[in-house]
Design a protein around this ligand. Structure first.
Ligand code: ZN
Length: 351
């Protein structure tokens, strides 16, 4: 736990507090000065990722139209809320800014912001604690993966066979573009253009994955077939969970293997780019769904995938990383072969 004092203050005010992204640090941008000139037009510090957050039922949702109480713990408060942190040798305090109501954006009203601040301050008898934030993640640790050249999927220059392929997979170009940011990309890996999906994590672009279009897969020079999916070499695949920024607001979250599976699930889906989550991915899953429910759908074509899901789900619950992981079995195939409505009927029958 990053800030016990704040956590206890929130408990005394709100009762039930859920913890999200447990033990992860905020990520700060800007404010780094290397010379006098940069010091002069120094940019203010900004938070790129809020790190560990405490979730409570938003007290302001009843004062905002349509005036119904929040029951989903939509008010998220970062562990650095009104807390001094040491960064680059400087003490920074972001005050009451690192908090947000994800239901009605109640804290965009200044009076609500002030009220929340007072509410928590009173519970904590005006104490302040200092957290040294030496372990703040430096964005330089994440390698920059350049995005390939592309055209929009809805561009009239997109060949007809692309649309035919998408139709066969039960999706449309417009949907992939609007909901998932997919494009027709020109990669170094395939000769033909491929479907390219950008990957975002904690609201920052981290990498991309390409899906070859059609069944007539290209071959390498030695004649061996290329894989259907390609992810750039420097990508930290074991760090990534596709669609986690959106899925975290859903319960249950739905864990699947690939991007296409995730698209079929919809907003609640997360893809791990393989059949077994890495230790780091397990920690992210724990922070996102540890207190709620995670549904895990393995690929029924692959007995090893089913076995891995069953065993890992048990381990996650035994180790208390996750409270509730359900392995939901499909009648056949992977989630990518089903319609969204069919998938959700299967998911609901497993809850
Ligand atoms: Zn609210």
């Amino acid at each position: 736990m990053k800030n016990d004092l704040l956590y206890n203050q929130l408990r005394s005010v709100f009762g039930n507090v859920l913890v999200a992204s447990k033990d992860s640090s905020i990520v700060i941008e800007g404010g780094v000065c290397t010379s006098v000139s940069t010091k002069l037009n120094k940019k203010p510090y900004a938070i790129r990722s809020y790190g560990e957050q405490y979730r409570v039922n938003c007290p302001f949702c009843v004062t905002m139209p349509p005036y119904t109480p929040d029951t989903g713990h939509h008010l998220w408060i970062s562990y650095v809320y009104n807390t001094d942190i040491v960064y680059n040798g400087e003490v920074i305090n972001f005050g009451w800014a690192p908090a947000k109501c994800y239901r009605r954006d109640c804290l965009s009203k200044l009076s609500n912001k002030k009220e929340l601040f007072t509410l928590i301050q009173q519970a904590g008898k005006n104490q302040t604690i200092t957290i040294s934030d030496e372990d703040t993640v430096d964005k330089n640790e994440i390698p920059e993966i350049p995005f390939p050249p592309y055209i929009a999927l809805t561009d009239s220059a997109v060949p007809a066979y692309v649309h035919e392929y998408l139709e066969k997979r039960g999706v449309t170009a417009a949907e992939l573009q609007k909901d998932w940011g997919a494009v027709l990309g020109f990669t170094d890996f395939y000769k033909n253009p491929a479907l390219v999906f950008p990957i975002y994590q904690r609201n920052a672009y981290v990498s991309w994955q390409a899906r070859y279009i059609g069944d007539n897969i290209e071959t390498f020079k030695d004649g061996t077939p290329k894989p259907k999916y390609y992810i750039p070499k420097n990508s930290k695949k074991s760090w990534m969970l596709y669609n986690m920024d959106r899925a975290k607001y859903h319960s249950p979250g739905v864990l699947v293997e690939g991007i296409f599976d995730c698209i079929k699930v919809g907003e609640a889906g997360v893809a791990m780019f393989g059949k077994k989550p890495s230790e780091y991915q397990c920690r992210i899953l724990s922070s996102l769904f540890g207190n709620s429910t995670l549904v895990w759908i393995p690929d029924e074509n692959d007995p090893d995938s089913v076995l891995t899901a069953t065993q890992t789900a048990e381990q996650l619950m035994r180790s208390k990383l996750m409270r509730d992981v359900r392995v939901v079995r499909l009648p056949y195939g992977d989630p990518g072969t089903f319609k969204r409505s069919e998938l959700w009927e299967i998911i609901k029958s497993g809850l």
